[in-house]
Ligand binder design. Structure first.
Ligand SMILES: N[C@@H](CCC(=O)N[C@@H](CS)C(=O)NCC(=O)O)C(=O)O
Length: 200
């Protein structure tokens, strides 16, 4: 079975799906289809009316949004689930996923504000608010003990931190969060992370 992933090479949400696909041994079942979400008549809308990436076109239908793409991929492999279906690990994993995913959302919103709006319309208050959200969430995550278990949460966190390095290095997220930095150094060396480095 071949699936089609609408993607853009710098999108952290797309990267999350790609890392997930590598970790579950499904990467070679996915054909990447570049799409420019900023073109008004982008072809992505044929599959995903939201006009966003990622979207995964499969024999079972189109799945829009990174979480759903990952959940679908998780149903296709025989290894242990990266989104725990039940058991005590399910809720902590989903909770960390939500925080990491929210950081990506905030960073993307901030970058969109800076890169996609005419300079005179960029509102510093919005940027400050997103930065504060990211900083608080980093602090909360840094206060927890993170293992190197690979799951939807750690994959999303790895992609969130990488995206901060890529697009918002001035936030210096490692400062005062040494253990999180060490965690990321190990996680980002994984083959799945190395195979999916972003480019502008
Ligand atoms: N919640 C969605 C967010 C996807 C998203 O925001 N993708 C961005 C690229 S990183 C996009 O397509 N933006 C285009 C737009 O906002 O019009 C997910 O988890 O995939």
């Amino acid at each position: 079975m071949t699936m089609k992933l609408w993607y853009s090479p710098a999108s952290p949400f797309v990267r999350k799906v790609l890392v997930f696909a590598h970790e579950t041994g499904l990467a070679d079942k996915i054909a990447l289809v570049p799409g420019n979400v900023w073109e008004p008549d982008t072809e992505i809308t044929k599959d995903n009316p939201l006009g966003k990436v990622p979207a995964l076109a499969t024999p079972d239908g189109v799945f829009a949004g990174s979480y759903l793409c990952c959940e679908y991929l998780d149903s296709l492999h025989a290894g242990s689930r990266l989104i725990p279906l039940d058991g005590p690990e399910r809720w902590p994993v989903l909770q960390l996923h939500a925080f990491a995913d929210g950081m990506i959302e905030a960073t993307v919103a901030s970058i969109t504000e800076q890169l996609r709006r005419p300079k005179e319309y960029v509102y510093q208050g919005t940027l400050d608010r997103q930065n504060a959200r990211i900083s608080r969430t980093l602090d909360r995550i840094a206060a927890t003990t993170l293992g190197q278990t690979t799951n939807i949460a750690t994959i999303t966190l790895g992609c969130a931190l990488a995206y901060l390095d890529f697009r918002a290095p001035q936030l210096a997220w490692r400062e005062g969060r040494g253990a999180l930095g060490l965690w990321y150094d190990t996680f980002s060396a994984r083959k799945s992370m190395q195979a999916t480095l972003p480019h502008a």
